[in-house]
Design a protein around this ligand. Sequence first.
Ligand code: DHB
Ligand code: FE
Length: 285
Amino acid sequence: MSATITASAYTSHVPAIGVAIDRGLTGEEYWQPLFAGTEAARGWMSDHTPDVVILVYNDHGNAFSLDLIPTFALGTGESFEPADEGWGARPVPTVYGHPDLAAHVAQSVIQQDFDLTLVNRMAVDHGLTVPLSIMFDQPVEWPCRVIPLAVNVVQYPVPSGRRCLELGKAIRRAVETFDDDLDVQVWGTGGMSHQLQGRRAGLINQPWDHDFMERLIADPEGLAEMPHVEYVREAGSEGIELVMWLIARGAMADLAGGDAPSVAHRFYHVPASNTAVGQLILDAA
Ligand code: DHB
Ligand code: FE
């Protein structure tokens, strides 16, 4: 038997969502609609908890800084502590990696000509911990291993959509040649439309977000051709985080000649903080 990619999941990582969960505010009027919509994702995840999540996210100047800017950084370590982003670390469990699978993914993906940076020690910020809280709520321990894959979408030049989709395909080939019977999901996180600074701060573009989700499901190869300037113009300067969703999408079977995934969950809500929130789960079965 080998490891199998059973699903991909996609979600925004707005830090205020983490604060709402950590402080028990999810029932408040502002948050209730968002968490009501999140229930279905949590239900699906509790019925389909994988052994390992390869969690594609971006660091926001917490593990890395302008001193060191890896384009694709794979977490090969045993464990990763939640970062202190200025208000103390979030009260969430330590993230345990899967060093054997991560080493295999590194070997395979680098031999497929993607030059990954390997990280044995780093703190993980809201980009990684908020998606875990969205999908798994507040467990004492996270219910699966998590291999972080940090993508630079903060300091230009950032990788293209095409590069991201192709990396996802390479990750699929890597996982499916790992000699252990593991259930693996790939998650793409960040987005949706938002701009946190500058003259257009607060920008949200709902029609564009819906179209992005639609194309991600039905036309990922076409979507991969979208240039950065369109993300930034239409979805705001931080909307560029959405290129990371293409990595998770690239890992699905249909892009390797297999069956199209089914949509197990789809949800969209505005606003959370200054951000449009999207969630999607694509089931390979
Ligand atoms: C915020 C920060 C993020 O990293 C993000 O993706 C969305 C929102 C914020 O500070 O509100
Ligand atoms: Fe972000």
